[in-house]
Write a protein of this length. Structure first.
Length: 168
């Protein structure tokens, strides 16, 4: 489903109620350059995020990830920073939809979110509905995305899927 399925990813861990204002502070929203925006991802919550994130890493968080404003910039900068997946206990509803729309895979898995620690290694196969924390040896089942959502994520977002004529 995603190009990083099956690869080993490193966990970057956050707590509950990570809001869109700390994911991308509003003071940067005057630019449309997604690379420039990504340079400021999480800076008010985790000033070292940008220097430590690697392509394919996974954000794991607690409850209500993405709460706050409805800006699409928040999932966009997470994806642009190199994050391959966000796992949380729960997501704010509008963030969840925005993430899918821009092609950022996100899954709710309360037990995996609770058990993961910063720096753990994780492998995932979203088509099969599997997360595995390699550091603890624990496997978790998640609900696989329906095929149309898998198509959106594989295309890199809803707009790209539509450009390719993938919408019926």
């Amino acid at each position: 489903m995603t190009e990083t399925d099956g690869q080993v990813a490193r966990v970057i861990r956050y707590g509950d109620n990570v809001d869109t204002d700390v994911i991308i502070p509003a003071r940067y929203l005057n630019t449309t350059d997604k690379r420039e925006l990504a340079r400021h991802c999480m800076e008010d919550l985790d000033p070292h995020f940008v220097s430590r994130v690697r392509l394919g890493d996974v954000i794991v968080a607690g409850r209500n990830f993405g709460c706050g404003s409805s800006r699409e910039h928040a999932p966009l900068v997470i994806k642009e920073s190199g994050i391959a997946l966000v796992v949380a206990t729960s997501f704010a509803r509008i963030f969840y939809r925005n993430a899918i729309n821009i092609g950022l895979p996100i899954v709710e898995c309360p037990k995996a979110a609770q058990d993961a620690s910063d720096g753990d290694e994780m492998r995932f196969d979203l088509a099969a509905g599997m997360l595995e924390n390699l550091s603890t040896g624990t496997r978790y089942s998640v609900e696989p995305f329906p095929p149309f959502v898998q198509d959106i994520i594989a295309a890199g977002g809803l707009a790209r899927l539509a450009q390719r004529g993938g919408l019926d």
